[in-house]
Design a protein around this ligand. Sequence first.
Ligand SMILES: Nc1ncnc2c1ncn2[C@@H]1O[C@H](COP(=O)(O)OP(=O)(O)O)[C@@H](O)[C@H]1O
Ligand SMILES: CC(=O)N[C@@H](CCC(=O)OP(=O)(O)O)C(=O)O
Length: 260
Amino acid sequence: MFVMKCGGSTLAALPDAFFEDLKQLQEAGEIPVIVHGGGPAISDTLSKLGIETEFVNGLRKTNEDVLDVVEMVLAGKINKEIVRKIQFSGARAVGLAGVDGNLIQVQPVANAHEVGLVGDVTHVNAELIHGVVALGYIPVIAPVGIGADGRQRYNINADTAAGAVASHLGVERMIVVTDVPGILKTVDGEKRVLPSVTVQEIDEMIASGEIYGGMIPKVKAAVQCIQGVVKEVVIVNGSEPQVLSKALKEGGIGTRIVKA
Ligand SMILES: Nc1ncnc2c1ncn2[C@@H]1O[C@H](COP(=O)(O)OP(=O)(O)O)[C@@H](O)[C@H]1O
Ligand SMILES: CC(=O)N[C@@H](CCC(=O)OP(=O)(O)O)C(=O)O
């Protein structure tokens, strides 16, 4: 089993061939579990509705009005788009939000006073995922979590949610699909993809500003994962041909974040 996180930055650009590759991997015995984002689509809809949006350290400031849109866009539009694309490739898929079956349970983040209704994952209902997988379906998970009281929903950063799902499932690998070919570093005035990075190098690149913005939650989620059972996290560009097969089998693509 492996967890794949699909970022909102790349979803619209993912070619049919990406989903064909996914289907072929599943036929060959791999078991994918998908967690997706959709930040740009949420921002678009918020702006159409005239609801102000703001990020604090990479997390969207979220109140109930924002949550209505987050849930509508992530658990509705984006989740179903991915399910349809997988089904069109010939594989089976079932869409779930973290609320369904108490799939992703959360507690308020430490800086809730700044960001509002944003959650940190406390538990993942792995049994539900295993059940869906046992029926032959690929689970497609939207990062909206449920609080301990069973009533309140929370927004979760999709990278954080994917990392937590990977850790709770105990998978060895997580693939983070985004719109850049990996972690880029300027060497001799040229931007190059780092084939692999350690936790220490990541800390240095965040401190120097070479890793910024949306890459920060990705590397933080990766670093947290690999403290546990997850052996490696690979960051890849979704529009490169056969990217999933290459990330899982051949290597030589994207950036691998591994234990030092
Ligand atoms: N060192 C880096 N290497 C590559 N991308 C980086 C780096 N630092 C910041 N980024 C930014 O991170 C972005 C990916 O994050 P984000 O836009 O949140 O994507 P997603 O929607 O896939 O989660 C890249 O498009 C790039 O602008
Ligand atoms: C708390 C928080 O910031 N949640 C994110 C959830 C979506 C997400 O993370 O999407 P990407 O992977 O496309 O960035 C948001 O509201 O945008």
